[in-house]
Design a protein around this ligand. Sequence first.
Ligand code: ZN
Length: 241
Amino acid sequence: MSKPLVALLTVAGVSTDSGIPDYRGPNGLWRRDPDAEKLVTYAYYMGDPEIRRRSWRMRRATFTPAVEPNAAHRAVVELERSGVPVRVITQNVDGLHQLAGLPDRKVLELHGTVRSVVCTECRARGPMEDVLARVDAGEDDPPCLDCGGVLKPATVMFGEHLDPVVLGEAAAISKACTVFVAAGTSLQVHPAAGLAGVAADHGARLVVVNAEPTPYDDLADEVIREPIGTSLPGLLRRIAS
Ligand code: ZN
């Protein structure tokens, strides 16, 4: 039998085990401080320097580069190193798949990443940590060093579109894969949720790993209700063997 081509869709549930806050969940950051939503809404961010200053202060307070990948992230790396072609499509912005050791090119970040910043004028990118160091040094709204434009985290803010190139690639992978694992997602937010349907329509084996029922459970070949941290490593080892 030829090797499976595995596509893995991961969302907040995969990283909450690592202590990454789930922004919109019941205990999500934005629920606790409704005004915080302005800090990540493009129009407010671009239009109001005070919002940008608050946004950088909030990042400074919450950015934790030392967050550790968990068993689920490590299991994906193990799968990749076993020689199984694997691609991760993720809504997470924490960069933990790469931190666990997955090559950057294997990870499609639908919502971008908190580990980089991007200039809204010239699109230059750089490490988040460098900009936070400038905030520490007293720049409360650090501009782009190349062109002086407004810098923002390289995440997709409310009011911004997902990158069509990234989305197109995610769709192509979903069509081409032989196994599609949706991990830690209630599969209710499109377009990511729709990818599970695309994969199933194109003949992939669909595996849903989620504590709660999802709209795709009936379509799935296998549904696993156990916590991701314990179930995903076993599932991926089974796929690899
Ligand atoms: Zn620039």
